[in-house]
Ligand binder design. Structure first.
Ligand code: ADP
Ligand code: MG
Length: 566
């Protein structure tokens, strides 16, 4: 059985294809979504998902989240005294999903299709494959997330030529992609986004609204409250409530005092105006790059948990002048598409090779000076390969000297979208000698060749002599080599996992501890008593006693915290 996995920044899901349908797997808590959070407990055991998420506030130094952002880089994250690469943390999430699927299917799972953002470069894709390998999964295929969303909506069943816009607003990232489907080939025509914009920003805006609106908070007190973590849960909860109701009560305990107020959806939307504004640019950019206008799109699809907010539906309806498709749960769509792809792969159907064309996610160019009238303006970015050009690609830019008898030209290779050369990412330099000529008379042809493996080949041809200077830039300098993978596998094998069958109990205890830290007074006394009672029940090791105690413990916690889980 090949599984399909949505390895998300905030949440991850696993599914497979059976009885003609994608089926998603529930984790031990009964949820399809597993938070992409890893924590290390005092005994050195790893915890993944909801339990780890509870520990994010009580044990921030032993808990990691958001590591998908660091895939493809050498940055490590420290949990307690151990450092983990992003591939290793992702592998722990994958292992947890794999265990859930194995528990349901009753057989080992060894092959997977994993989704990645369309803008992931070669290094990030390789890191994702490595994470799969470290988790004991052969990654049969990496599937672009927007393509997965398209598959979930049956794009592969269409006969005609069609174009889709996928609008994906997750926890911390926003991605817009334009897909074109024609005779079994899906092409990501363009992708754009904002890697610093997601549902989390709306939580922040609610948090600020809360402290501003709630009466009786002095400015210093507001700051203190926002510094702490307790408001976050209340705001996250209120955000979700406001997706279904037009007002939500927000309450939290701050320094022993209960602070409460009601936030209306209208207030929340007014406070989020700036965030909504930021969603427009990537949309415009993706449409512009794909050279398509709104009217020519066949479908607009909303995915990502944050598109549940009514204001997002309204904004997209207005922008696209139609009702976007969201018949599939927006947090499940990508995983369902991954499961469809896994099914196609397993059956080896005609569509197994829904061909994907990759695009260069960023512009590549050099820093140049530009003659403007009599003045010479330095630090201009001169793109040679523009973003969203399909790869492999080879392009030439022509440059000439700017002063008389200029001895050399420095080619400063950069990646990015800023008009200022220095603001873009430096990839390397190449110095080329020039023959003595008057300004503008000695010219250089700079050729950029970018291949599907993420290698940029730069050669510069000085036109009078025809002499070529060359350099090769690896876009993938940070990948793990075979030896690094082997040692990571060894280290991961030595790590103890928290036992899956005790996960539920552990989750409740971690949740109680988190509540204890947040609360004071009577609630603390009650929490102490409940925890002691539950631990005593666990010590009996009698299954029935534990079950009953668990139910009581859960109800007790729900009575002071909402039963809501995220
Ligand atoms: P990612 O792709 O980043 O892993 P998801 O697609 O799972 O993320 O989206 C997570 C985001 O969706 C979070 O910010 C979460 O608060 C938000 N979200 C989930 N359910 C709702 C809801 N009912 N209303 C508003 N936001 C929601
Ligand atoms: Mg996602």
């Amino acid at each position: 059985m090949i599984v399909g996995i949505d390895l998300g920044t905030t949440n991850s899901l696993i599914g497979f294809f059976q009885d003609g349908q994608p089926q998603l797997v529930r984790n031990v808590h009964g949820d399809f979504s597993t938070p992409s959070v890893v924590s290390l407990d005092d005994e050195g055991r790893t915890l993944v998902g909801l339990t780890a998420r509870e520990r994010a506030s009580t044990h921030p130094g032993r808990t990691a989240q958001g590591f998908k952002r660091w895939m493809g880089t050498d940055r490590t994250l420290r949990l307690g005294t151990r450092d983990f690469r992003p591939e290793e943390l992702s592998a722990l999430v994958l292992q947890s999903l794999k265990a859930d699927a194995e528990a349901l299917l009753g057989e080992p799972v060894t092959e997977a299709v994993i989704t990645v953002p369309a803008y992931f470069n070669e290094a990030q894709r390789r890191a994702t494959r490595t994470a799969g390998e470290l988790a004991g999964l052969t990654v049969e295929r990496l599937l672009n997330e927007p393509t997965a969303a398209g598959l979930a909506y049956g794009l592969q069943e269409r006969s005609e030529h069609s174009s889709f816009l996928i609008f994906d607003l997750g926890g911390g990232t926003f991605d817009v992609s334009v897909l074109e489907y024609f005779e079994g080939v899906v092409e990501v025509r363009a992708s754009a986004g904002d890697t610093r914009l997601g549902g989390e920003d709306f939580v922040q805006s609610l948090g600020r609204l809360f402290v501003e609106r709630c009466d009786g908070l002095a400015p210093a007190e507001r700051e203190a409250l926002l510094q702490g973590g307790a408001w976050w849960r209340a705001a996250e909860q209120a955000k979700r409530d406001l997706s279904d109701a037009d007002r939500a009560a927000m309450a939290l305990v701050h320094q022993g005092r209960r602070i409460e107020c009601t936030i209306t959806r209208a207030d929340f939307e007014a406070a989020s105006a700036e965030l909504l504004q930021r969603l427009r640019r990537p949309i415009e950019r993706a449409l512009y790059d794909a050279k398509i206008d709104v009217a020519s799109l066949d479908e607009v699809v909303l995915v990502g948990g944050a598109t549940r907010m009514p204001m997002i539906r309204q904004l997209t309806t207005r922008l696209f002048q139609r009702l976007p498709l969201r018949t599939i749960d927006p947090d499940l769509a990508i995983a369902q598409g991954a499961a469809v792809q896994a099914g196609l792969k397993a059956r080896d159907a005609a569509l197994a090779e829904v061909v994907l064309t990759d695009v260069m996610p960023y512009s590549l160019g050099i820093v140049a000076s530009q003659q403007v009238g009599d003045a010479l303006v330095a630090d201009r970015f001169s793109p040679i390969i523009e973003r969203n050009t399909p790869v492999p690609v080879s392009r030439i830019g022509v440059y000439s000297t700017v002063v008389d008898n200029q001895k050399s030209i420095r080619i400063d290779i950069r990646q990015g979208e800023s008009p200022l050369g220095s603001e873009n990412l430096a990839l390397g330099v190449l110095d080329v000698e020039m023959p003595p000529r008057r300004a503008g008379e000695a010219t250089l042809e700079v050729r950029f060749t970018y291949d599907a493996n993420g290698l940029l080949d730069v050669d510069a041809r000085e036109t009078t002599s025809g002499r070529i200077t060359n350099t090769l830039i690896h876009n993938t300098s940070t990948q793990m080599d075979a030896a690094a993978i082997a040692s990571a596998l060894e280290r991961l094998a030595l790590l103890k996992r928290h036992p899956r069958d005790e996960e539920e109990n552990r989750y409740l205890l971690e949740r109680a501890k988190r509540l204890y830290e947040d609360r004071l007074g009577e609630e603390r006394t009650a929490l102490q008593a409940w925890m002691a009672q539950f631990e005593a029940a666990l010590n009996t090791q009698d299954a029935r006693t534990v079950r009953t105690a668990r139910q009581e413990f859960r109800q007790a916690l729900d009575s002071i915290d909402s039963g809501f889980r995220f």
